[in-house]
Design a protein around this ligand. Structure first.
Ligand code: CAA
Length: 282
């Protein structure tokens, strides 16, 4: 399979980063969102990121040429032009099922439908379509332009051809692919999220304050950033929904979300994107 035009659903922090790396690799990109303001914000953020990378001479082309390959659209029917769709909507299974069912009706039968889900079953997403062999997980890490990894997740129905085409895509994006079976949380979040959740329990129980917990993990375990700062970067709503998927998927209370995480999400303290999480942001 060779892809030229890629559609990205959702212009949030993951969607905009995914659009950016595809455009940087020479693909034409349709960045779709139901909210035109979100598209404008996404395009502005990825342009800043491209300019920053250009300043560091990390791009082989002018950032304006790369950004020029990305077209924003609120029109779902525009997705008919895409040979590959990467869904990066909110981490909500019912919403993703609705999107995949709509994509299946609009897109040509040959179009591959990938999800950037961080934990939801690819097998169940595939089952809502008439092309389950062409549904696959393509999980990017945040911040997408800087992180080298892509998890490729094979649903039970994913064909070998679809899977191989995602390995080729990862290669073209200059990322390293790791294959995960379709189990809750895949590999990265199965390991990372319980650690972040435990850091939140450590704060909740007063073992240390946020700065101490993060400093301990940075200097004591050589993590590039502390787990609470990382939770703020990922988004506390996303962290909570991943813990819920793990908790329900494994029916094991060791994955129960910390009450403080739930409370912060209830308060709208979602991390960097809302200006407040475990830390305050401008
Ligand atoms: N585009 C371009 N440049 C960016 C950028 C972006 N999107 N994000 C950050 N940068 C730049 C910063 O502006 C900064 O540039 P300057 O040095 O010129 O100021 C540079 O990158 C380094 O950033 P920082 O100084 O802020 O911090 P850092 O050296 O610690 O690097 C980091 C930042 C790469 C994010 C690093 O802290 C890191 O690797 N953190 C861990 C990230 C991680 O674990 N991600 C995975 C999360 S899990 C996930 O995503 C999966 C999921 O499903 C939840």
């Amino acid at each position: 399979m060779s892809f030229k035009t890629v559609a990205v659903i959702g212009a949030g922090q993951m969607g905009q980063g995914i659009a950016q790396v595809f455009a940087t690799a020479g693909f034409n990109v349709i960045l779709n969102d139901i909210d035109s303001a979100a598209i404008e914000k996404g395009l502005a953020t990825l342009t800043r990121s491209l300019n920053k990378l250009a300043d560091k001479e990390l791009l082989s082309e002018d950032p304006a040429i790369i950004a020029g390959r990305i077209t924003g659209s609120t029109d779902f029917s525009a997705l008919v032009a895409a040979e590959l769709v990467v869904e990066a909507a909110t981490e909500n299974e019912a919403l993703k099922h609705k999107i995949f069912s709509q994509l299946d009706k609009i897109c040509p039968a040959s179009t591959v439908l990938a999800s950037n889900t961080s934990s939801i079953s690819i097998t169940r997403l595939a089952a809502v379509t008439e092309r389950p062999d062409k549904v696959v997980g393509l999980h990017f890490m945040n911040p997408v332009p800087l992180m080298k990894l892509i998890e490729v997740i094979k649903g039970l129905q994913t064909s070998e051809e679809t899977y191989q085409s995602m390995l080729e895509v990862a290669d073209k994006l200059n990322k390293t692919a790791v294959t995960s079976q379709d189990r809750p949380g895949f590999i990265v979040n199965r390991i990372l999220m319980p650690m972040i959740n435990e850091a939140i329990f450590t704060l909740y129980e007063g073992v240390g304050n946020a700065a101490e917990i993060d400093e301990a993990m940075k200097l004591g375990a050589a993590h590039p950033m502390g787990p609470l700062a990382l939770a703020d970067l990922i988004g506390l709503d996303t962290c909570l929904s991943i813990m819920q998927v793990l908790n329900e998927g494994f029916s094991d209370s060791k994955y129960r979300p910390c009450p403080l995480l739930k409370q912060m999400v209830d308060a709208g303290y979602l991390g960097r994107k809302t200006g407040r999480g475990f830390y305050q942001y401008d």
